[in-house]
Design a protein around this ligand. Structure first.
Ligand SMILES: Cc1cc2nc3c(=O)[nH]c(=O)nc-3n(C[C@H](O)[C@H](O)[C@H](O)COP(=O)(O)O)c2cc1C
Length: 208
């Protein structure tokens, strides 16, 4: 059965990015009722701290050394999490913007899955090479500021370029970003931004 992986990255009950994801999934399920939807809630599902054996395993592999038993066990956890991404035919990421960037739980997931031999490899002649096949991916980013019209109240969006680069590094280039913002401030711009984003999300989901 084909699979969509949804990475849900906001801890808030009334999250704008999660609401956008619900609009996406409602439309996606109608268009593709036979698809399996694998939801990973990064605030509730287990993610290992990236230290100790799992960190040493990365360095062992980068250095061409064999794993110790502890490193092999720790690396297997990263492998299980990365496989959920590798097996997904489509990917949906819904995330808040936090301090110009992504929330630390999404960064933790990235640190866990971005491993040599799992999602990238290093070739002395060619440099870093991605290991994942490309697949359609949608990233919904909710922000207090408005990065659609450029009225960002003096703040910068580092989340979008970072995620684009990271996904490219592991092989995912077919990525569309849908900003939702402003989500703070006067009511009317918030409502208009939400409505525009939901319209675009529904269109994307119907032909995803
Ligand atoms: C810790 C934290 C940092 C934030 N930093 C930014 C920021 O740098 N730029 C911005 O536009 N909004 C920022 N916000 C506002 C959130 O992006 C906004 O509330 C957004 O709607 C959160 O997504 P969510 O509704 O899906 O949880 C921040 C919010 C929090 C809690």
């Amino acid at each position: 059965m084909p699979k969509l992986l949804h990475l849900s990255c906001s801890p808030r009950a009334d999250s704008e990015s999660s609401t956008g994801a619900r609009v996406f999934l409602d439309n996606f399920r109608q268009a593709r009722p036979d698809w399996d939807i694998d939801v990973m809630n990064l605030w509730k599902d287990y993610l290992p701290e990236f230290e100790g054996h799992i960190l040493e395993a990365k360095y062992s592999r980068l250095g061409g050394l064999a794993f110790t038993d502890s490193q092999r066990d720790a690396f297997a956890i990263a492998e299980r999490i990365a496989v959920r991404l590798a097996l997904a035919d489509r990917v949906l990421i819904s995330t808040p913007m936090w301090n110009f960037h992504i929330p630390y739980k999404l960064k933790q997931w990235i640190d866990v899955i971005t491993q040599p031999g799992l999602t990238f490899r290093f070739d002395p002649a060619q440099g870093y090479l991605p290991l994942l096949k490309d697949r359609p991916t949608v990233v919904i980013i909710a922000s207090g500021s408005d990065f659609v019209t450029g009225m960002n109240r003096g703040r910068i969006d580092m989340a979008t370029p970072y995620l684009r680069e990271l996904l490219h590094f592991i092989g995912i280039n077919d990525v569309r970003f849908v900003p939702i913002g402003p989500t703070a401030g006067p009511a009317e711009p918030i409502r208009a931004a939400r409505e525009n984003a939901h319209r675009r999300i529904a269109e994307l989901a119907a032909r995803f």
